[in-house]
Write a protein that binds this ligand. Structure first.
Ligand code: AMP
Length: 413
């Protein structure tokens, strides 16, 4: 019988999961996948660690699709795990990605009723993410109250930054009340630092910019393995333009839209769902589709994304006082040689020069040997950071015997 940690990353219409087998010394990925289409047409997909499909099927079951939410999805996952592994894989704990930990939650935290109450108070700060994260926590509590649960926070990696990097130019009492540049994608950044510690320890402590370019996008300046500054701030809207989110925006634009009579909901939908690459192009939020399109507005969207990325790299280099390595990660960063090349093209003045062949290969170091700053492609693995954090928090509390060591993200470094 093997103990398993289930990692959950809950969104509004999906429940992503990873299953890790917990041995005395290490965690090994067994399967990952998601239940998508929650509330509409739920579908369960799972792959093993080598990417072979284990399941891809509709899962309406007995409940009507509109009632198939996080709880039904988790129930399906538990049943599937039991059947797939013929009872040899026993869920021992659940680790959750939680968007916001505020000032108090930095370490991976064992969840109880009081913790849920405190995390609910942060919903106002991230209304599009935190409620779904907590819905998954409640789903697990309802179905399997016996399973210990641990929350790992996307804000945690950015705690401990110099206060000057956290402020807006607003009155101090607002800063004290939480109107600050929190930063997100912290689990991704922690996973990159962990990976560098394993594979390039000299680099792990150097001055880095990690470009997390996915459907959500941000960059982080990292020194000594810790966040120095980052482009996302109070919400997941700030900084780089994204698939459907606007990126940095003059607050005066929001005031103007209000003046035009737009409602709060309309503005929220505009900024989160109808802006960024999709908004500019009117074609797609997917970089692949934009690169393939002949529509001039598709080209304009890519131009804007590349331009903003360059500006942020230069700005974060100033925050670091120099740069030793630029690291690309996430869907666009890991897969698009064209975007990497276009971002780096005009950064030779910073010493950033790609090796075109290595960039096409797209893994490891993609700059010429000996070049500084070096440029890298490093896949991020947020789920492993959550699994490690879950195990270390539970082991420290004596609730899960004999497991792997904590990772960087687990300690919120
Ligand atoms: P993520 O949010 O990290 O899963 O990234 C998803 C995004 O990555 C998609 O919306 C695409 O825009 C982008 N993407 C994935 N594969 C490629 C590729 N081969 N070339 C360009 N963009 C890609």
């Amino acid at each position: 019988m093997n103990n398993a940690v289930i990692v959950l990353n809950a969104g509004s219409s999906s429940l992503k999961f990873s299953i890790y087998q917990v041995d005395a010394e290490e965690l090994s990925l067994v399967a990952r996948g998601q239940v998508e289409g929650l509330g509409t047409s739920p579908r369960f997909k799972a792959k093993d660690r080598s990417g072979t499909t284990l399941a891809d099927a509709d899962v309406t079951g007995t409940s009507p699709p509109q009632r198939f939410g996080h709880q039904e999805a988790f129930a399906h996952l538990v049943t599937w795990t039991r059947d797939q592994y013929k009872g040899t894989m026993t869920p021992a704990a659940v680790g959750h990605r939680v968007a916001h930990g505020g000032l108090d939650f930095i370490e991976p935290t064992i969840i109880d009723g009081a913790v849920v109450e405190r995390l609910e108070k942060l919903i106002a700060l991230v209304p599009l993410h935190q409620p779904h994260n907590l819905a998954a926590v409640k789903a697990v509590t309802c179905l399997r109250a016996d399973l210990p649960q641990v929350a790992c926070f996307d804000t945690a990696f950015h705690r401990g930054r110099a206060q000057v990097t956290e402020r807006f130019g607003l009155p101090d009492d607002m800063f004290q009340r939480g109107l600050r540049r929190w930063g997100f994608h912290g689990l991704s950044y922690a996973s990159i630092v962990d990976e560098l510690k394993r594979t390039a320890p000299g680099l792990a402590m150097a001055r880095l910019i990690v470009a997390h370019l996915g459907s959500g996008a941000s960059m982080c300046a990292i020194r000594g393995g810790r966040s120095v500054d980052t482009t996302m701030s109070f919400s997941a809207l700030d900084g780089l333009p994204m698939g459907t989110r606007c990126g940095s925006l003059d607050a005066g634009v929001v005031l103007f839209l209000l003046q035009l009579g737009r409602t709060r909901e309309e503005i929220e939908t505009l900024l989160y769902k109808k802006s960024g690459l999709l908004g500019i192009s009117g074609v797609s939020n997917d970089v692949r589709a934009l690169l393939a399109s002949r529509d001039p507005l598709a080209a304009a969207a890519i131009d804007f994304f590349v331009y903003r990325a360059k500006r942020e790299i230069a700005s974060l280099t100033a925050a670091l006082g120099g740069l030793d390595a630029l690291i690309f990660t996430a869907g666009v960063g890991e897969n698009s040689a064209v975007i990497r090349s276009r971002i780096c093209k005009d950064l030779a003045w910073l010493g950033i020069v790609l090796d075109p062949a290595a960039n096409e290969r797209g893994h490891g170091c993609i700059s010429h040997a000996g070049q500084t700053p070096s440029v890298w492609v490093v896949p991020s693995d947020e789920e492993r950071v959550i699994a490690c954090g879950t195990v270390s928090a539970l082991r420290a509390a004596g609730k899960l015997p004999g497991c792997a060591e904590a990772a960087t993200g687990a300690s919120g470094a």
